[in-house]
Design a protein. Structure first.
Length: 356
């Protein structure tokens, strides 16, 4: 099985991508709206088919990326039927199975943080995804969205602590950089739910936390009750479409050599190599303008603001940095040439100069 743990630093949210390596079918747990370009890029780079986005609960600290991912990938949205959300393709109940290829996740109802919290257990029962029900050395709050401390205590002890002590637990959040725990660890070391703490002790502790409401709650909860569908528009604003661009996991927009070969007059080609490379064995793309990377920030005024820019270097690394420099300078129609001159030459693109 392919597994990736992804992080949104603004909300402290972990998202989890799981895929069957044979069929390439995948599911994504707790996607974040702002991270959809990253997630889409990773799915594309790994050659996966996203079947489902799955929510552990209706979140109050971030807007889900489920609806937008459905529009971009054709994935279905799945979440608890007890959470009150509308627009899901599949409402989940205790005991359901979510299949992806030859693997599946089992659904366990674990209410308490909210009325619709779910924990997902991998078929091998060596991994579980607990949302906010059980955090690493902690747990989610129980004072809104149908939360109930007694139900959370029962959920953890009956649905999570009954798994093997070696079972890895992956939460929806952590704010200290800790990524994973185990059932055995939490039974012993969780200060709220482990050891000999009773249900009444836990309920009393949770009642007196006195926490402020999440900063994005007034935005996130209404949006998540619609599975992340925006109001007043079908899609959020996207960068201007001037070419078939690909967004990479590194956060760079790229254009492929065949498109540039077929549309040489549609863009400004900026070569950010050094002068000796520009005149060296690899040659240069016809019409390319030489601006070495170290000079680019100071020479942006030499470029037209009304025509897209494609940056290029030897292999694509420096030119990827160049797209960020140009973006910060106010150029919004910018893309890196995927693979640089090495790929351009390998695919027999036209060159001036060079050898061979």
């Amino acid at each position: 099985m392919l597994f990736r743990q992804l992080f949104d630093p603004q909300s402290g949210t972990y998202s989890y991508l799981l895929a069957d390596e044979e069929t390439r079918q995948a599911v994504l747990i707790d996607p974040v709206h702002e991270q959809v370009p990253r997630d889409t890029a990773l799915i594309g780079e790994l050659g996966l088919e996203l079947l489902y986005t799955i929510e552990t609960h209706v979140h109050a600290d971030h807007v889900t990326g489920a609806w937008l991912l459905k529009r971009r990938t054709g994935s279905q949205i799945a979440l608890s039927g007890q959470g009150g959300a509308q627009g899901a393709d599949r409402l989940l109940a205790h005991g359901d199975k979510i299949a992806f290829g030859d693997r599946y996740l089992s659904v366990r109802q674990t209410p308490g943080h909210t009325a619709g919290c779910l924990t997902y257990v991998l078929d091998s029962e060596d991994m579980a995804f607990t949302g906010d029900c059980l955090l690493i050395r902690g747990c989610g709050r129980t004072d809104f969205q149908g939360g109930d401390a007694a139900r959370m205590y029962q959920s953890v002890h009956m649905q999570i602590f009954t798994l093997s002590d070696a079972c890895l637990l992956y939460p929806a959040h952590d704010y200290r950089g800790v990524t994973v725990t185990t059932v055995g660890e939490e039974k012993i070391f969780n200060p709220r739910l482990g050891g000999q703490i009773s249900e009444s002790d836990f309920a009393g502790y949770m009642k007196n936390l006195g926490l402020d409401h999440p900063k994005k709650m007034d935005i996130a909860v209404p949006a998540n009750l619609k599975c992340g569908r925006p109001q007043g528009a079908d899609l959020p604003a996207e960068p201007p479409v001037w070419a078939p661009l690909t967004y990479t996991l590194a956060g760079i927009w790229e254009v492929q050599p065949p498109w540039l070969e077929e549309n040489p007059g549609a863009v400004q080609v900026v070569d950010v190599r050094e002068a000796e490379e520009f005149d060296g064995p690899l040659g240069r793309i016809p019409g390319a303008k030489l601006i070495p990377l170290g000079e680019l920030a100071e020479r942006c005024s030499e470029l037209a603001t009304d025509k897209p820019i494609v940056t290029v270097c030897r292999a694509g690394g420096r030119s990827a940095q160049a797209t960020n420099i140009l973006w910060r300078a106010g150029f919004k129609q910018v893309a890196n040439l995927a693979g640089g001159m090495l790929r351009w030459r390998a695919e027999r693109g036209a060159v001036d100069g060079g050898i061979g």
